[in-house]
Ligand binder design. Structure first.
Ligand SMILES: Nc1ncnc2c1ncn2[C@@H]1O[C@H](COP(=O)(O)OP(=O)(O)O)[C@@H](O)[C@H]1O
Ligand SMILES: [Mg+2]
Length: 258
């Protein structure tokens, strides 16, 4: 579904992504781990098409189409949606208005807004400007609310667990699972293992107590250094920290030299 090959990205003439190879097949969700500053958010911004980052080499292919030069809007229409790490406050636009736009674009029934806001206790936020005065957990909840309504087929979440208290974290986990669930789409096949695809970037891995991922990657200094079973890698990071991954990679490199 998403195939990234030898992706190099610069910002202000400084290379921040240094040859990323990443493939997320249909119906798989991958976790993206990495210490602060390793390039997770830049990678997500580049997949979404934010113009401040320059691809100097490599390509991003989504559903067989090279999307390197497509606009954000075109990528969204292809089914890719992202939740940013630090979503902006948007004065003058209420969450309710945004929800209506999402519902119209996704050709959903407007009653879905009422249903979903009831389910997640969002009614009191619908009349407020987007993210204006929302707490950390409320911002992530509002973003997930809009994302579920937009019904993307490829869900990208940048640190959905950062700045979120344990109570909100549980709800965010539930919302993420709902955004990945394609079983409520009329006409879709109804197989238990069918789900949307996606990438969840998380420094702390806290949200992965609630969301299953099929595979995980560890990103360090603009490169994916390690790929494997999420639980194995998560335990390694929780027990030994990212320092261990850096050392482990060095050991591998040293082994290769011998
Ligand atoms: N807009 C920007 N201008 C300059 N440097 C940036 C910008 N965005 C990210 N970077 C740099 O790119 C590197 C990777 O950042 P980022 O992707 O945010 O890391 P992560 O999300 O893994 O914490 C960092 O060194 C960061 O300072
Ligand atoms: Mg980040």
């Amino acid at each position: 579904m998403l195939i990234i090959t030898d992706l190099h990205v610069e910002i202000n003439h400084k290379e921040v992504l240094k040859g990323i190879n990443l493939s997320v097949p249909e119906h798989e969700v991958h976790a993206l781990f990495g210490p602060n500053g390793s390039g997770k958010s830049v990678l997500i911004s580049v997949i979404m098409g934010y113009p401040e980052f320059q691809i100097t080499k490599g390509e991003i292919v989504f559903n067989g189409i090279r999307i390197n030069n497509l606009t954000i809007d075109e990528r969204v229409r292809m089914g890719i949606s992202a939740m940013e790490q630090r979503p902006p406050v948007i004065k003058g636009v209420t969450l309710g208005k945004l929800a209506e736009m999402m519902v119209r674009t996704a050709k959903r029934n407007v009653n879905d807004i009422t249903g979903l806001s009831g389910q997640y206790d969002m009614n009191r936020f619908l009349g407020r400007d987007i993210n204006d005065g929302f707490s950390g957990g409320e911002i992530k909840k509002a973003e997930m609310f809009s994302l579920i309504l937009a019904r993307p087929s490829f869900v990208i979440l940048d640190e959905p667990d950062s700045g979120v208290d344990p109570e909100h974290l549980k709800t965010i986990g539930k919302m993420i699972n709902q955004s990945l669930n394609i079983r409520d789409i009329p006409g879709e096949r109804c197989k238990q293992w069918d789900k949307n695809s996606g990438i969840i970037a998380t420094h702390s891995a806290a949200v992965l107590d609630y969301v299953h991922t099929d595979k995980a990657h560890i990103m360090i200094d603009g490169q994916i250094k390690c790929t494997g079973n999420t639980v194995v890698l998560m335990t390694q990071i929780r027990d030994y920290g990212y320092e261990y991954c850096i050392k482990c990679q060095k050991t591998l490199n040293d082994d290769n030299k011998n």
